[in-house]
Design a protein around this ligand. Structure first.
Ligand code: SF4
Length: 331
């Protein structure tokens, strides 16, 4: 990984924010793009926010991007571009929690803070045969304390990287390499035969279900878009005209025409496409929905103030991945 072994706190911070809730293989491209376009925190702080969101497109959890911008501006403007160098100061940065603060403090400054990611939880749970659920409050506390106790205080950066790599390559979630593992002699879970039962997770989160129906309204060479501004998923990204529901809606030509007429004053729209149901799993939500394309012969009065964006410029706007997975049919 390009960020491995580096000491630059800006690059470490960037990689850690990108990798929160993102798989390494997916995050890698984004990390390289960000470093290419914004080689320093000043470059990121002074860049156009729309451009940053566009680069972030597809990574999801856009709050991370918002916090990234806020923190870059703070470091650039208030700290003259100098990254804080104590754990206590690092953790006050927006978007930085205990895990990210420990990663920056140990990897950039070799400070003795244990990094506790999913790999570390698993390795510790097995080595010490701990059955406390890793996603419970008490479990998080217990594992963090233990991680801090067993940390090599002389080589925290090396140790943190080693235990994470060990979890990713040897003590894997499925089919760990116990037969050749160098820690086998010390591993309590191996000795008592509970390797595959650990770590324990308290519960699978109940997901909120949302149905999003996007109406892609086209008039001549433009399409109606709007920016999401409320405190919700995908804040600051763009979308088409949306009908949201807590339950599934069955759309057919009649109900589409009725909705367009009664809600938007649109008559005689030509419905050109109704997509199949698409899905996206977020951490706490299951998003499902459809895309309904329609061509209008004129723009009704109540939509004249809307943002009608040229179709050939749509790719300049940041859209959530859920919308990008639908390929627009341009007629
Ligand atoms: Fe992990 Fe197996 Fe090694 Fe124990 S013996 S640390 S469970 S790989």
């Amino acid at each position: 990984m390009p960020w491995k072994g580096i000491k630059d706190p800006y690059k470490i911070w960037l990689s850690e924010i990108i990798l929160q809730q993102t798989r390494v293989e997916q995050g890698l491209d984004y990390y390289e793009k960000f470093i290419f376009f914004f080689p320093s925190v000043h470059d990121l702080a002074t860049a156009d926010e729309g451009v940053i969101f566009k680069l972030w497109e597809g990574l999801g959890y856009y709050n991370r991007c918002k916090n990234l911008i806020t923190t870059a501006k703070y470091i650039s403007e208030k700290l003259n571009g100098i990254f804080p160098n104590t754990y206590q100061d690092i953790i006050t940065l927006k978007g930085v929690g205990p895990y990210t603060a420990a990663a920056i403090a140990s990897f950039a400054y070799n400070l003795p803070f244990a990094v506790v990611d999913g790999n570390v939880f698993r390795v510790l749970a097995r080595l010490f045969a701990i059955e406390t659920p890793i996603d419970s409050t008490i479990g998080k506390h217990e594992f963090n304390e233990l991680a801090q106790q067993v940390l090599d205080k002389n080589e925290p950066a090396l140790y943190n990287q080693a235990i994470m790599d060990f979890g990713a390559t040897v003590c894997k979630p499925v089919n760990p390499e116990c037969g050749t593992c160098t820690l086998q002699q010390h591993c309590r879970a191996y000795q008592v035969g509970v390797v595959n039962k650990l770590p324990v997770k308290e519960k699978t989160l109940l997901k909120r279900k949302r149905w999003l129906y996007y109406f892609i309204l086209q008039h001549q060479d433009t399409i109606l878009v709007s920016k999401r501004t409320s405190k919700d998923i995908w804040e600051n990204l763009y979308e088409y005209y949306l009908i949201e529901s807590d339950a599934e809606i069955l759309w057919n030509d009649t109900s589409i025409q009725q909705h367009l007429h009664h809600q938007l004053g649109i008559k005689n729209a030509k419905v050109t496409s109704v997509s199949l149901m698409v899905k996206q799993h977020l951490t706490h939500q299951l998003i499902q929905g459809q895309f309904i394309q329609a061509t209008l012969s004129s723009i009704p009065h109540n939509l004249q103030q809307g943002q009608w964006h040229p179709i050939n410029q749509l790719d300049k706007l940041p859209f959530p991945q859920f919308i990008n997975q639908y390929k627009l049919i341009v007629g």
